[in-house]
Design a protein around this ligand. Structure first.
Ligand code: GAL
Length: 942
């Protein structure tokens, strides 16, 4: 984005100060270009040119398929975003202290090479704490056993996070805009508002500078300035303090309830930095288990129009991070269990299956506008047009250098869904106009006046501007408005231009003083060609909201039609288009081309009367997915048998724990204390019976929605819900997950050896939102056991081998996981036949089959694994080609599990292995592969 304004407060001074503290920056491959990144109270600047940052949040760790990162990032870019906001998840990269993995699905250098290549600015957010509904809020589980409060300047924690930053910062640093890359801002910590320690906040930044970070540093303050500190001033202050805002809250069961958490107007926290909406709500956590489609509705186009546009004009913010652009999947044990389940679809504009939604269309309408119209990056509050109807409110900003005005038109009561009209008396730089505007239902518009639009002069319009391009010497502009509403556009000329209405009904009036007025109703897509009048030719396209959503912009090339245009360019008269199509349809290119290629192949195209190039493209071929048959089955809980050999297991005999939550009495049975951080853990308690044992009283913490199961001498005693310890600060003997199990008469004889087998699931680790250490350090596994008056020797076993490819969160401690039954190399074909729909008894039951897919290479078919509802209390762990892709919990909302290409082989053999963990006799439902979409196009298969 450019403006005639001069750059101001660039950060050189700060960098010089920081450089005094800096170790020499790591050496980097020579980059062709380097740039200056600066900022002032209006916006970020790159080489002095203003940038309005319109970013969408993306979590690479929720899409374990680097090939599909390109797909999603291209979709984000095509929506008009010019940036992405990226968390880097410490827990995802670090299985143990000092161990870091940045390969394969963890190759964040590859991710940043992509953002560099695609030209998407990056706000890099490496925490160390990130929240994000990810296990531990991004703090690695091993940190639970490190003494000292996390998110403070405690020396043990300091050593730990410095090590993380020493690994992640240099990767980020080499991709900064200042070195020819894409990282434009570095965000320190995350919503650091409770129990704060300014020395820690300061040190994160000192580390970053020492590691070569030289772009501005920001912070995302929770909620509003009433949360202190805001990190705008004082020790630990950042350069660009931002604010997070979730005005719709997270209750998706009532998607029509608006503004639960306020007006959503981004506060300016610093007089010297741009107002920064660091996280602005786009989607929601599905707190009430309504399903993510309802969350998409809660944050749908009407909300986006009213809240995003109001915020744009009221706050004057020029930096935005919409949370989320694409949510993805809590595969493996990535979920923080209090808030989310396997799917992290989030109701985002791009679904978990990478499909585009109505919210995506609205993002595109707004994103193309804000990233096209340069004067928007520098505005001050301005006089708004007077509205003749008090129910219609106006508010305005203007660029002090160009005079360009931006007028917000909305209902005075923004929750109303009335239709309202008003006449606006509008003093624009080009004259005073009285123009009618309409609002249909919940709606808001941003209108533009006094704008040099390419080679044109847009005096005023009551349509909204989508975008405009200049190709050859011709301008093309797209305006839009609510279907059926009236619109007026006024353009200025030196002399009377020639106006041809090529399509639709548009009335034009030229008044002698150079003013061309077009009046119309927004209906379909009208086309007007205007030539002469002392200006470059203009093709003006005037459509409805739906028509506007059909346009794609790639550089200066405008394209209409298809379901996604990934890129478009005109090279030597050939329009080179990469696009996706769900069905056959037209592609129209607005540019001086006479030939067209689509996805690398020539396609027949003709020139239209509008001077554009039009082709008709084929859709995808139908695709049939195989049904899952020929299952093999195996029992998976030998640990319940009294004869099971657990001599290789660790003895759980610690008398103390480093964490802040101490057990009622020793030994400490917490799984993390024995190095078992993820998934299931088995315990075996050996004792000599007194014969008078009547009840076994246990207590386990699984995290929300978890379960634990108990066997005594091979006899099933039952299951209980694993606690979550509601009050994070309560001492452990508050009994968070009590289970009282009756010992059947006669099962234990005096003097006889007995063994209690307990299977405890770990649903993931709590976050540390309050920075008090109690939440994320809450133990997992058994936290209390009263069995017998005789001594008990405990042994514990969780995950056995590390999986270097899939990482620490993918494999737990079920017998089959320890033996590698979930891996494609397992010889499951030798297991007896048995279907996963058979009635099962409490325990663990494994099933495996394989399926060959033959998805055409030039098609993108996102596949899900669908679970029919079954009967009983059971949950199913899903392994596809060895990767844990989530957990189906019978009775819970999620029945479809995304299997991204890369995990899934779209043109080959796939193993599907299920571990059914039954807490009671159950009859699981059927399992099938489903296609979530079928498109011609896509990115090259992994
Ligand atoms: C914010 C937080 C994000 C995420 C979001 C809700 O408070 O910074 O990481 O947790 O809430 O989805």
């Amino acid at each position: 984005m450019r403006a005639n304004s001069k750059p101001t407060a660039i950060i050189t001074a700060v960098l010089t100060a920081a450089a005094l503290l800096m170790a020499p920056a790591p050496s980097h491959p020579a980059q062709a270009e380097t740039h200056n990144v600066g900022y002032d109270r209006y916006s970020l600047t790159v080489d002095g040119q203003r940038v309005l940052l319109w970013a969408g949040e993306f979590h690479y760790f929720r899409l374990p398929s680097p090939a599909l990162w390109r797909d999603v990032l291209e979709k984000i870019k095509a929506a008009g975003f010019n940036g992405v906001s990226l968390y880097f998840d410490w827990a995802y990269h670090s299985a143990a202290p000092g161990k870091y993995d940045f390969t394969g699905v963890r190759d964040v250098d590859r991710l940043l090479r992509l953002t560099d290549e695609l030209g998407l600015y990056v706000v890099a957010r490496p925490g160390p704490y990130i929240n994000a509904e990810t296990t531990g809020g991004g703090l690695p589980a091993w940190l639970k056993t490190v003494p000292g409060r996390a998110r403070s300047s405690d020396p043990n924690y300091t050593a730990a996070y410095r090590d993380w930053l020493a690994h992640i910062d240099p990767i980020i640093a080499k991709h900064q805009v200042t070195r020819g890359g894409s990282v434009i801002v570095y965000n320190a910590e995350n919503e650091y508002a409770a129990n704060t320690d300014p020395a820690y906040m300061e040190d994160i930044q000192r580390q970053a500078r020492a590691h070569g970070i030289d772009v501005p540093i920001s912070h995302n303050q929770c909620c509003d300035a009433s949360w202190t500190p805001t990190w705008a001033t004082g020790q630990g202050a950042v350069q660009i303090p931002g604010v997070d805002d979730y005005p719709q809250a997270f209750e998706c069961r009532e998607p029509d309830v608006w503004g639960t958490w306020g007006e959503g107007v981004t506060e300016r926290l610093s007089p010297d930095a741009p107002a920064y909406a660091a996280e602005y709500q786009a989607g929601a956590i599905d707190a009430g288990r309504a399903g993510y489609d309802k969350c998409r509705e809660l944050t749908g186009p009407k909300f986006m129009k009213v809240y995003y546009k109001s915020n744009l004009i009221t706050s004057g913010a020029t930096m935005f991070g919409y949370y989320m652009a694409f949510g993805g999947t809590n595969w493996g044990r990535l979920a923080q269990p209090n808030d989310v389940y396997t799917s992290y679809d989030y109701g985002a504009p791009i679904t978990e299956n990478r499909q585009l939604t109505a919210n995506y269309d609205e993002f595109k309408r707004q994103g193309l506008f804000v990233t096209t119209v340069e004067p928007l990056a520098k505005t001050d509050p301005a006089e708004a047009p007077a509205s003749a109807n008090p129910a219609v409110r106006t508010e305005a900003r203007a660029n002090p250098d160009t005079g360009t005005q931006f007028v917000l038109v909305r209902h005075a009561d923004r929750k109303t869904d009335d239709d309202q009209s008003a006449n606006l008396t509008w003093n624009t730089p080009d004259g005073t106009y009285t123009l009618p505007v309409n609002l249909k239902g919940r709606d808001a518009k941003v209108l533009v006046a006094g704008y040099d639009m390419g080679g044109q002069r847009l005096a005023a319009t009551t349509s909204e501007l989508l975008t405009h391009t200049t190709a050859g010497k011709r301008d093309t502009a797209v305006l839009y408005g609510t279907e059926g509403s009236a619109g007026t556009t006024i353009l200025r000329y030196d002399s009377r231009p020639e106006v041809e209405v090529l399509n639709g009904s548009v009335k034009s009036t030229y008044s002698g003083d150079g003013e061309l007025r077009l009046d119309y109703e927004h209906q379909g897509l009208a086309r007007v060609r205007i030539t002469g009048g002392g200006r470059a030719p203009l093709l003006l396209l005037i459509g409805t909201d739906a028509e506007a959503a059909k346009f794609w912009r790639s550089g200066e090339t405008l394209v209409r039609g298809t379901d996604l245009v990934r890129s478009a360019q005109v090279r030597n008269g050939t329009a080179v288009i990469r696009a996706d199509l769900a069905k056959a349809g037209d592609i129209e290119v607005f540019g001086s081309a006479s030939r067209m290629t689509l996805n690398g192949k020539h396609i027949r195209a003709r020139t239209t009367s509008s001077g554009t190039l039009l082709a008709h493209a084929k859709g995808p071929r139908p695709v049939k997915l195989p049904s899952l048959k020929h299952w093999h089955a195996k029992q998976g809980a030998p640990e319940t048998s009294p004869d099971f050999d657990d001599s290789s297991w660790k003895v759980a005999d610690h008398t103390t724990t480093a964490g802040p939550i101490k057990p009622k009495s020793p030994p400490v049975l917490y799984a993390d204390d024995y190095g078992f951080h993820h998934g299931h853990v088995w315990y075996r308690g050996h004792f000599t019976a007194t014969g008078s044992e009547k009840t076994v009283n246990l207590n386990a913490i699984t995290g929300k929605h978890g379960v634990y199961q108990v066997w005594l001498n091979g006899h099933y005693l039952g299951s209980a819900a694993g606690g979550e310890q509601k009050d994070a600060d309560a001492p452990i003997n508050e009994n968070p997950g009590p289970g009282s199990f009756t010992v059947p008469a006669g099962l234990l004889q005096k003097g006889q050896k007995a063994v209690l087998s307990v299977l405890v699931e770990n649903m993931g680790h709590n976050d540390d939102w309050t920075a008090d250490d109690h939440r994320h350090k809450q133990p997992r596994g058994l936290v209390g056991a009263e069995i017998t008056t005789n001594p008990v020797t405990w042994r514990i076993q969780g995950t056995r081998a590390e999986d270097p490819v899939r990482g620490p969160l993918s494999t737990g401690g079920l017998y089959g996981e320890r033996e590698g039954w979930h891996l494609p190399s397992a010889r499951t074909g030798s297991w007896p036949s048995g279907a996963p729909t058979a009635t099962v008894q409490p325990g663990v039951h494994w099933y495996s089959t394989s399926a060959r897919l033959a998805i055409p290479e030039d098609q993108d078919v996102p596949v899900t694994l669908h679970f029919d509802k079954g009967a009983g209390d059971y949950r199913t762990l899903i392994f596809v080609n060895g990767w844990n892709m989530g957990e189906y919990v019978n009775g819970e909302i999620q029945q479809d599990f995304t299997l991204p290409d890369g995990i899934l082989h779209p043109g080959g053999r796939n193993t599907v292995t299920l571990a059914v963990v039954a807490a009671g006799a159950s009859r699981p439902g059927g399992v099938s592969l489903k296609a979530a979409a079928n498109l011609r196009g896509g990115v090259p298969a992994p």
